[in-house]
Structures are given as C-alpha cells and as structure tokens.
Design a protein around this ligand. Structure first.
Ligand SMILES: CC(C)(COP(=O)(O)OP(=O)(O)OC[C@H]1O[C@@H](n2cnc3c(N)ncnc32)[C@H](O)[C@@H]1OP(=O)(O)O)[C@@H](O)C(=O)NCCC(=O)NCCS
Length: 158
C-alpha cells in the first residue's frame, strides 16, 4: 500500500466500476455473500444502476484502483440499515480500509438518525467476525437465512 487512498460514494454513472468490484468479490470469496458470480454476471445495466440507489462506498487508491467496498442496504424505510457486500482486496487487507468503509456506513446511518446498524456474517469466516467485533459489532442472537450465517449489530449513540 504505497499509494494514498480514500472512500467515496458511487453514483449511478459509476455502475461499471460497481459491477467490476462486485464480481471481483464474488470470485474472491464465493461463500461469503449469499449470491453467486454466475447469477450477477448476467445482470444488465439497469440492475446495476438500481443497486446504486443504496449507498455503495468504494475505497480506491489515489491512482483510481479499487481497493474495497461496502453497501449500506435498507430493504425499506421500516428496516434498520445493514452493511452488505463488504470486501477488501486481498493485497489491501490489514491497512484500515475495512475500518474506513464501516465508518462511512455508520456515518450515513447516524446522519439519518438510525439507532442501530446490522450485518450478517458466516460464523466460519473468522477474519470477518474478528474485524466486525473489533469495530463494535456483536452477535445479537438473530440467525440469517443461510445455515451458519448469523446477525451482528452495532448500536449507534443517540
Ligand atoms: C472481512 C474483511 C472486509 C476485513 O477487512 P481486513 O482488512 O481483512 O480487516 P482487518 O485486517 O482490519 O481485521 C481483521 C482482523 O481479523 C484478524 N484475523 C485474521 N485472520 C484471522 C483468523 N483466521 N481468525 C481470527 N482472527 C483473524 C486480524 O488479526 C485482524 O484483527 P486485528 O485488527 O485485531 O489484528 C476482509 O478480510 C475481506 O474482504 N474478506 C473477504 C470478504 C469477506 O469475508 N467479507 C465479509 C462478508 S460478511
């Protein structure tokens, strides 16, 4: 990590960059996301643009190389926000990028007045679990839809 880097929110016109990063994470960690490369590689431009209605945060180097991403997803207004599609490129792990992505999501939720941010993680993904615990998430007793996948929550200050 010789270069500087930052985090920005993608807009609709970034859909090709979003697609590239999403497909990269599905190839890199196929068991982590409850979806597959085969399914999403078939999505059209409209679908990728619609996905960007939810905040997608991208970490990228000053030279424009994507380093990681996270999405703050909310199925509808009555739901708590959830961090999904969290990924840092292998060569960029352990450099604070995941921290910055989570913080950007938490900041968005806090600015909106949310009381809690949630996420789901596979129990057999020890690096992700250790990371989420370090940044303030804890298992809350709720199970996900997939076996071995459980929910974690981080309560935001009032
Ligand atoms: C999960 C992810 C985003 C975290 O980003 P990261 O840069 O790797 O995170 P960090 O290195 O800051 O933190 C990982 C922590 O796990 C620890 N760790 C690494 N391997 C571990 C293991 N096998 N068991 C337990 N802890 C482990 C590290 O020591 C570190 O803890 P520390 O900061 O207290 O030293 C990243 O690893 C990733 O993209 N993984 C693949 C995709 C994925 O699993 N996404 C999550 C889907 S829910």
């Amino acid at each position: 990590m010789d270069d500087g880097w930052g985090v920005r929110r993608l807009c609709g016109d970034d859909w090709e960059r979003h697609r590239a990063v999403r497909l990269a994470m599905l190839l890199d960690q196929p068991g982590a996301y409850g979806s597959t490369f085969a399914r999403e590689v078939a999505f059209d431009e409209t679908t990728w643009r619609e996905r960007l209605d939810h905040p997608v945060l991208l970490a990228e180097s000053d030279a424009g190389l994507p380093l990681g991403a996270a999405t703050l997803y909310r199925p509808d207004e009555s739901h708590d926000p959830e961090i999904v599609a969290m990924w840092v490129a292998g060569h960029a792990r352990g450099h604070g990028i995941a921290d910055a992505l989570v913080q950007a999501c938490v900041d968005l939720a806090g600015a909106r007045g949310d009381a809690v941010v949630r996420l789901h993680v596979m129990r057999d993904n020890p690096r992700a679990v250790a990371f989420y615990e370090r940044v303030g998430f804890a298992f809350d007793g709720s199970a996900g839809d997939i076996a071995g996948c459980d929910r974690m929550s981080r309560v935001l200050p009032a």
